[in-house]
Design a protein around this ligand. Structure first.
Ligand code: PGA
Length: 241
C-alpha cells in the first residue's frame, strides 16, 4: 500500500481529485468506482471545479457506485443516488445512462445484484475505485465479519453503522436496516484503489488496515492483497499507523 500523508481534509481532497482528473484525461472512457459519505465530498467539489474551470470532460466516463440503502427511492434525500446527483453528477457533463447505483427499490434483489456484478465485469473492473472507511473498518456496507469473497449482495446493517448514519436522518429509527452493497470481491476487481480517510475517528481502523492481520473482523484489511492501493489520509487519520 502506498500511503500519502496530507495536512488536512482539503489537502486530501485536492490530492485525490488530481489523481482522478489525470485518470479521466488519460483515458476519457474511464470507469470510476465511486463512494458516498462525508469523506469524498471535498474530492467531488474539486472535480466539479476542474470541470468548470479547466474543462475536465466526463462525457465518456462511466461510474459505478458502491452501495445503496434498500428501500429508499432515488428521490429520497438520504438515498445514495440522490447524494451522487446532488454532490457530483448534476454539476458535471456525465451522461445519466453512464452512472450506476444499485436499485434500492428492486423487488428482485438477486437479479439486481447479479446485473450489477455483470456491469462491473463488463468494464473489466473499474479503473479507479474510490473508497472511504468506516470507524469500524468497514468498506461500503461490508461490515466486520464480512465474507471476503462476496460479490454484490443485500446486507443487514449493524448497530454501529445505523448509529453512525443516523446523523443524516431525522432519527435513528428512520435509518434503513438493509442495503445493497458491492462485496469485497467486486471491489478488489478494480485496477487501482484510492482509499480516503480524514480525522482521528478513523485512526484505529487505518492503523489496523495497514499493519494488522488480514481479518474479516476488519473488512478493509483485505486491501493488503490488492497490488495497487493508495491510501490518501490526513495526519489525524494516520496518527496510529
Ligand atoms: P464517512 O463514511 O465518509 O461519512 O466517514 C465512510 C464510511 O462509513 O464508509
Amino acid at each position: 500500500m502506498q500511503i500519502i500523508s496530507c495536512v488536512d481534509y482539503a489537502d486530501m481532497s485536492r490530492k485525490a481529485a488530481r489523481i482522478i482528473a489525470a485518470q479521466v484525461q488519460l483515458k476519457p472512457h474511464s470507469a470510476l468506482g465511486l463512494a458516498t459519505g462525508s469523506t469524498p465530498i471535498g474530492t467531488y467539489k474539486e472535480l466539479i471545479r476542474f470541470h468548470l474551470n479547466e474543462e475536465l470532460d466526463f462525457s465518456k466516463v462511466i461510474t459505478v457506485n458502491l452501495d445503496e440503502y434498500y428501500g429508499l427511492s432515488p428521490e429520497h434525500e438520504q438515498s445514495y443516488r440522490y447524494f451522487m446527483q446532488h454532490n457530483f453528477f448534476d454539476h458535471i457533463n456525465i451522461s445519466p445512462e453512464n452512472t450506476h447505483v444499485p436499485d434500492g427499490l428492486t423487488r428482485d434483489v438477486a437479479k439486481t445484484c447479479a446485473e450489477y456484478d455483470s456491469i462491473v465485469a463488463s468494464l473489466g473492473g473499474t479503473d479507479i475505485q474510490l473508497l472511504g472507511i468506516g470507524d469500524n473498518g468497514h468498506i461500503a456496507f461490508n461490515e466486520p465479519h464480512t465474507y471476503f469473497f462476496a460479490q454484490t449482495h443485500l446486507v443487514d446493517l449493524n448497530e454501529e453503522t445505523i448509529k453512525a448514519n443516523a446523523r443524516f436522518f431525522e432519527s435513528e429509527v428512520e435509518v434503513p436496516r438493509q442495503a445493497i452493497t458491492m462485496g469485497m470481491r467486486s471491489i478488489l476487481s478494480a485496477k487501482r484503489i484510492l482509499l480516503l480517510a480524514s480525522g482521528s475517528k478513523k485512526a484505529e481502523a487505518i492503523a489496523q488496515m495497514i499493519n494488522g492481520p488480514i481479518d474479516p473482523q476488519l473488512p478493509a484489511s483485505i486491501l493488503q492483497v490488492h497490488p495497487n492501493v493508495m491510501v490518501i489520509a490526513d495526519e489525524e487519520a494516520l496518527a496510529l499507523a
